[in-house]
Design a protein around this ligand. Structure first.
Ligand code: ADP
Ligand code: MG
Length: 262
């Protein structure tokens, strides 16, 4: 008979926290249900693997800074005529475009669900082990400028390069006159064909000369972004925020009428 007194210590030393906390309880189950030794070992391994997976997903969700609740499950495709649900689902499920370092650019006026879709795609991909970071473009430009002032721009850009998907929300809010947006160009150039960017934009490409310091830089940035990319255009008719607001207004009016009539 082996002495198993040191078993917990050995499991701990191997760094297997779930097996550490469950091995005794499962040993009893194994005995009562006549599991074979490999069956017992397998169920322990499964528990360790699945808790590791879940905690990795939780960690990656937290670090991604995705806006909470903006998932595919909460997105209403029915009211969005200009969005192809199959396309969005494919981008959320197939990691191929990320592996190929392609980009997604989502255009449309305010309130049509650009940010929601960008976040929802990233949310699904995180469950497949693809890390992402959601950031407003103006915040990112500020951060990169501070890094440049400290002569640490390459380090800052390199740090972001470790994240396969960078979501630049509202690129049009970054204005060349407010900030030295050439850092944004440097970031785009650095990620070209190496890692993905998802961009949401209120303005069409023709107005991106307001974002970058000069036209040439705007053209060069657009060229790199669109070379391998999916472009999604959401029309104004789809404004979910507006539709919700008008539905609320309509039901308020209906209620007011009822009250008046009663
Ligand atoms: P945009 O980034 O285009 O300005 P948002 O993604 O921020 O728009 O959407 C505005 C609000 O409306 C958000 O709260 C978002 O979750 C919600 N929304 C937009 N479109 C939809 C939709 N099709 N289904 C559910 N919620 C939506
Ligand atoms: Mg938005």
């Amino acid at each position: 008979m082996h002495n198993i007194a040191t078993l917990p210590l050995l499991i701990k030393q191997l760094g297997l926290p779930s097996i550490y906390s469950r091995w005794e309880e499962l040993a009893e189950t194994a005995q009562t249900q006549n599991w074979t030794y490999p069956q017992y070992l397998k169920s322990l391994c499964e528990i360790e693997v699945s808790t590791r997976y879940q905690s990795r997903v939780q960690r990656h969700l937290k670090e991604s800074k995705l806006p909470p609740g903006k998932t595919l499950a909460t997105f209403d495709f029915k009211s969005m005529k200009s969005i192809n649900p199959a396309q969005i689902k494919a981008l959320s499920e197939d990691v191929g475009w990320v592996k190929r370092a392609e980009n997604i650019i989502i255009f449309g006026p305010s309130g049509v669900g650009k940010t929601h879709i960008a976040a929802a795609i990233a949310d699904r991909l995180i469950t497949q082990g693809i890390r992402s970071l959601f950031i407003s473009t103006t915040t990112l430009v500020q951060q990169l400028q501070l890094a440049r002032q400290a002569y640490k721009l390459p380090e800052a850009i390199n740090k972001l390069a470790r994240i396969p998907i960078l979501i630049l929300d509202d690129i049009g809010y970054a204005k060349k006159d407010e900030a030295e947006t050439s850092v944004l160009f440097e970031l785009i150039a650095e990620r070209y064909e190496t890692s993905s960017i998802i961009i949401t934009a209120n303005q069409p490409f023709s107005e991106w000369n307001n974002i970058f310091p000069d036209n040439m830089m705007a053209v060069a940035a657009i060229d790199r972004l669109v070379h391998h990319s999916t472009i999604i255009n959401i029309e104004q008719v789809d404004s979910y925020r507006k539709n919700q607001a008008s539905k609320t207004a309509a039901s308020l009016a209906a209620n007011a009428n009822k009250i008046r009539e009663s």
